[in-house]
Design a protein around this ligand. Structure first.
Ligand SMILES: Cc1cc2nc3c(=O)[nH]c(=O)nc-3n(C[C@H](O)[C@H](O)[C@H](O)COP(=O)(O)O)c2cc1C
Length: 190
């Protein structure tokens, strides 16, 4: 199993971090952190990209400018189970929706869409403008799955980790990855 995990500059770096913890123990993970993603990672988790590299030595890290990385190619990306953008900024969403590739993350998303590799975009902004919503519709029409970074509360979370795991678990469900991150709703009592 192989995945590409992209961390962009939206709030919620912890979602990408948690996904990396889980996926790197069961699969090959190629990680791309955008420049802004690195800034938010520092701000929110107190970790630099270099520290992330040290913590996950088995993962392959690429910089956003590394446009010649193997994952930028369709013939390589088709062997991957999916591409995850966790979290996905409105700026990256707009680039993907318009097909303009400024960095490796945009290119990987474009390739995922053209090769029909599963693309999951965990978008985060509040509130949304009409442009954001239109861009979500565009990428959905093109084959991506847009997931809001909004946890549910029906599993009765007690800690912040429960909320994070709920969202990460939903993304892993979409990729067919088994996990025990949250208890699934089994229906209410009569
Ligand atoms: C602390 C911080 C939090 C941010 N949160 C968001 C956010 O939740 N959603 C968003 O779309 N942009 C957010 N931004 C702005 C993006 O980082 C900015 O638009 C950046 O250009 C995105 O670049 P990227 O898509 O290449 O990562 C945030 C920036 C900072 C510094």
């Amino acid at each position: 199993m192989k995945f590409v995990l992209c961390i962009t500059g939206a709030s919620g770096a912890v979602y990408g971090y948690r996904a990396l913890q889980i996926l790197s123990s069961i699969a090959r993970v190629d990680v791309v952190v955008s420049r802004a993603g690195g800034i938010v990672l520092e701000q929110e988790l107190g970790r630099s990209v270099s520290e992330l590299r040290e913590e996950f030595p088995k993962a392959n890290f690429y910089g956003e400018r590394d446009i010649s990385a193997p994952i930028a190619s369709g013939s390589v990306l088709t062997s991957y189970r999916g591409v995850l953008l966790m979290p996905c900024s409105m700026s990256t969403l707009a680039s993907v929706a318009s097909g303009v590739n400024i960095n490796l993350i945009h290119r990987v998303c474009e390739v995922a869409l053209k090769e029909r590799v599963k693309l999951v975009m965990l978008v985060r902004e509040m509130p949304y403008s009409r442009i954001h919503i239109e861009n979500m519709l565009k990428v959905t029409d093109a084959g991506a799955v847009v997931v809001p970074a909004s946890p549910g509360f029906y599993h009765q979370p007690k800690r912040m980790e429960d909320l994070i795991d709920f969202v990460v678990g939903k993304v892993l469900d979409l990729l067919g990855v088994e996990h025990q991150l949250y208890n699934r709703w089994k229906g209410g009592e009569e």
